[in-house]
Design a protein around this ligand. Structure first.
Ligand SMILES: [Zn+2]
Length: 491
């Protein structure tokens, strides 16, 4: 079958200091079908989805639409959004007729004047292909699912794991279901349940681990095609920011609703147990220093570029310095100027450096120290969700027994390569601080003697002012249950 496939990934944070334009997509990946720009991105794994591989495996022919992804940042400029949407429209028109449409979308993408970009993409496609061509999307579990998305898709399917290690399998599952629907063998019907709560739910920890396994097991039931449990992304600040459950069933709307209700009930009942309590910077360092063996990995969850943060906050660096901790590594501080100074000074040089604290108040103030340049690279890179992700000019500098990785292409830490390619021996470190909320866990979980989550928003100097104005209320933990929402009582 001929399949129109397209990828559009952006997790939007209204609190991010980083603007988003077309160059933001060029920095990560951008294939523009009408001009052919970036055609090398076709046939590659992009944020966990390689359309060429998946469609080939299942015997389909790929018709490529737009492929675009950018690091999380502020709402996309109106001009860029119109351009991207027009590319999807034009490439689909050129590809038609197609047997079905398979998309990889984030679900928490916001443009300056559009709160629900995924809904707009799906609605645009539905208008073009009509009601009978199956349309589906694989989504990030941090997406904020909307009614418009539901109305314009046959199958919506999120990853279930955080870190999102199951995205490739979920994309395969999506294509299988869409192809089966295109052959007329199933008729998908979907139910969505909004679960009025927000939080960070690590599927690597109990009881979220057991809950996700239990929810997924419903897919073994007759007629249940797919179960999605999403977490939502609060910083997108739209009405649908919240945890949700989406169930696809074969011609059984009542069955889909029943399963969605059962999963939503249990999800809400776990709201306290699945939400971890991170430590402040100082408490995290104190706790880490108690460990008998290293490396203890401290995740700087507030300054996660993967959630739109600047990646240059200095709170944890200051906490290490205050504690007099030595044999530590911290990465990556996004500071193209400091990385450039260090690289130009050269390996072995000692120089005064002003590090970080530039992108906004949440980043804290810069740290000044005289540092030694241990290593430098003009094209450092890491593996990130199946892709080789460039880090730009990068340097490893050391002062007071703390090694700091400076980089030039803003990105969260996914991979020990962020440190190791610059010569850090992680096993010799007492503490390794990574700027990432959870994706680091895939590759650091096995080498860490212990993982500690630190939220610098708990620090006095951190950003407490999460001003969310559009999120529907009531919602836990901003409101305390019991309360009424979505036609029922929660409590
Ligand atoms: Zn995510």
């Amino acid at each position: 079958m001929k399949v129109f496939c397209s990828t559009l990934i952006h997790e939007t944070s209204r609190q991010s200091p980083i603007p988003t334009d077309l160059d933001s997509f060029r920095e990560a990946f951008l294939y523009v079908p009408t001009s052919g720009e970036g055609s090398h991105w076709c046939a590659q794994n992009l944020d966990g989805v390689d359309w060429t591989e998946i469609l080939k495996e299942q015997g389909h022919e790929a018709a490529y639409g737009l492929l675009a992804g950018a690091q999380p940042s502020r709402p996309i400029s109106s001009k860029t959004w119109k351009y991207l949407l027009n590319e999807i429209r034009a490439s689909l028109r050129a590809a038609m007729p197609v047997d079905f449409v398979a998309l990889s979308l984030h679900g928490a993408q916001v443009a300056e004047d559009v709160d629900d970009c995924a809904g707009e993409v799906l609605a645009t496609i539905r208008v073009l292909v009509g009601p009978d061509i199956p349309v589906g999307a694989v989504l990030d579990l941090h997406g904020n699912m909307s009614e418009r998305m539901m109305e314009n898709a046959d199958i919506l399917l999120s990853c279930l794991e955080y870190p999102h290690v199951d995205t490739p399998d979920r994309a395969r599952q999506l294509v299988e279901l869409l192809a089966t629907q295109a052959r007329g063998k199933i008729r998908s019907t979907m139910a969505r349940r909004r679960v009025p709560m927000l939080g960070t739910y690590y599927t690597t920890r109990s009881p979220m681990r057991e809950f996700v396994d239990w929810a997924k097991s419903f897919e073994d039931r007759v007629n249940i095609l797919a179960v999605s449990v999403t977490h939502g992304f609060p910083k997108a600040d739209v009405a649908d920011c919240m945890a949700q459950v989406i169930v696809c069933a074969d011609g059984d709307p009542a069955g889909a609703r029943r399963v969605a209700d059962e999963i939503a009930d249990r999800y809400f009942s776990l709201r306290d147990a699945i939400n971890p309590s991170p430590l402040s910077s100082d408490a995290a360092v104190t706790e880490a220093l108690k460990a008998r063996s290293g490396p203890v990995v401290i995740a700087d969850i507030a300054d996660n570029p993967g959630g739109g943060a600047g990646g240059d906050s200095t709170h944890l660096l200051r906490a290490l310095l205050r504690a007099g901790a030595r044999d530590c590594a911290l990465g990556m501080i996004w500071d193209p100027v400091a990385a450039d100074f260090a690289a130009k000074a050269g390996i072995g040089a000692r120089l005064p450096l002003r590090i970080g604290g530039k992108t906004g108040a949440a980043a804290g103030t810069p740290v000044d120290f005289v540092a030694q340049v241990i290593d430098a690279s003009d094209n450092a890179a890491q593996q990130a969700q199946g892709m080789t992700a460039p880090l730009g000019r990068a340097a490893l500098v050391e002062a007071n027994g703390i090694k700091v990785v400076l980089n030039s292409v803003r990105q969260q830490v996914f991979d020990p390569a962020c440190f190791e390619t610059l010569g850090v021996v992680l096993s010799a470190c007492r503490i390794v601080v990574v700027k990432s909320r959870q994706h680091f866990y895939e590759r650091f979980g096995t080498i860490a003697s212990r993982v500690i989550y630190a939220d610098t928003a708990c620090d006095e100097s951190g950003d407490h002012n999460l001003a969310l104005t559009k999120i529907a209320r009531p919602i836990y933990p901003l409101d305390n249950p019991p309360f009424d929402a979505y036609g029922r009582r929660w409590g």
